[in-house]
Design a protein around this ligand. Structure first.
Ligand code: ATP
Ligand code: MG
Length: 325
């Protein structure tokens, strides 16, 4: 990253949806009939990301909206307790906090029912952006899942342009859920954000979605030519790959029993970004990131597996001790 000293001094900022997640308890459970659900769990990809950044020990803040309800309080109190600056989270009196219902298919795929666009999170706009947070922000992280309305896309553009304008950096995790590609303006926004992205953090299947090349390596080369400085590809139980045009690295995953995969990518990305901002070397940052992703899947609930560096050290020393189903 461009300026390590600046990063140490400034905030890592993210903006977007704050949700609770309510999960089906059985694999293969259908939402077309009654069944047992568990939750609410604190969720929302940017919220999980920033919680993990705080746990790694970096100064950080989040901009978002919640309703004046217990789902909102559950989230905001959790983020605050873990060390996130929550002064940029607005309470919208006339709306309820967003939610996501998730059920796992037998093959591990997930189906979601979202209430985001019509929730408090859908109220997020340029008006919610506090200038003092922007001034202190040296790194901004964008989740593709947050780009679900014109208002939010406009707000993202403002933050990105301001942060880049004062020499900060941007990371971008497309985090595409098939349910979200139904929103036409999101596709365009993904493309806009890539133009400003320094660190791109796609899942394996997303690499090709945002480039025209027909092979993964071709797509990575295209992204690097376009101005992205680092591409870190998340490959679930197959670990991750790192590419910056001169260095290519493959990191194996830590072997664990997966309880709940949601949140692994957010914890991985947050750990990578925070460790790099704190001046960690590339391999150290990738190894902590892989550990954070692997540890997260051993916990039920998307934000329940966020971890401090001390917890990650303990996990790396003895991964099999984890099981939190
Ligand atoms: P999501 O589908 O939730 O958006 P993602 O695709 O963004 O997730 P993943 O690749 O699933 O991200 O996970 C991020 C990282 O976490 C991986 O690169 C890997 O290092 C680690 N990880 C994820 N799942 C597992 C697993 N089952 N076993 C070990 N490590 C895992
Ligand atoms: Mg993801």
């Amino acid at each position: 990253m461009a300026n390590t000293e600046l990063h140490k001094a400034g905030y890592i900022l993210t903006m977007g949806e704050i949700l609770v997640e309510i999960m089906a308890t059985e694999r293969g459970q259908s939402f077309r009939q009654p069944g047992t659900l568990i939750g609410p769990y604190a969720s929302g990809a940017p919220a999980i990301f920033i919680d993990q950044v705080a746990k790694v020990g970096s100064r950080c803040a989040m901009i978002g909206c919640v309703g004046d309800d217990d789902f909102g309080a559950l989230n905001v109190e959790r983020l605050r307790a873990d060390g996130v600056n929550v002064s940029g989270i607005s309470v919208i009196k006339t709306a309820t906090t967003g939610s996501a219902f998730v059920t796992y298919r037998e093959n591990g795929d997930r189906d979601f029912i979202y209430n985001i666009a019509n929730s408090a999170s859908g109220h997020l706009s340029v008006g919610n952006i506090r200038d003092d947070l922007l001034k202190q922000c040296n790194h901004f992280h964008v989740m593709g899942s947050s780009l679900f309305s014109f208002r939010i896309i406009e707000a993202m553009k403002k933050v990105i342009e301001t942060v880049k304008g004062h020499g900060g950096t941007v990371s971008f995790d497309p985090n595409i859920r098939k349910e979200m590609l139904r929103i036409p303006e999101m596709r365009e926004a993904l493309d806009f954000i890539l133009d400003y992205t320094d660190v791109f953090l796609p899942s394996g299947h997303e690499v090709m979605l945002l480039a025209s090349a027909s092979s993964e390596q071709g797509a990575i080369d295209e992204l690097l030519k376009r101005g992205v400085r680092e591409v870190v590809v998340k490959r679930g139980k197959d670990g991750c790959g790192y590419y910056d045009g001169t260095t290519a690295l493959n990191f194996p995953a830590v072997s664990v029993t997966e309880v709940d995969p949601t949140g692994a990518g957010d914890c991985f990305g947050a750990t990578y970004i925070a460790c790099r901002a704190q001046g960690f070397g590339l391999e150290k940052a990738l190894s902590y990131a892989c550990a954070a992703g692997a540890r997260a899947v051993t916990f039920r609930g998307p934000m329940e597996g966020t971890a401090t560096l001390a917890e990650l050290d303990a996990f790396i020393a003895n991964p099999s001790e984890q099981s939190h189903g």
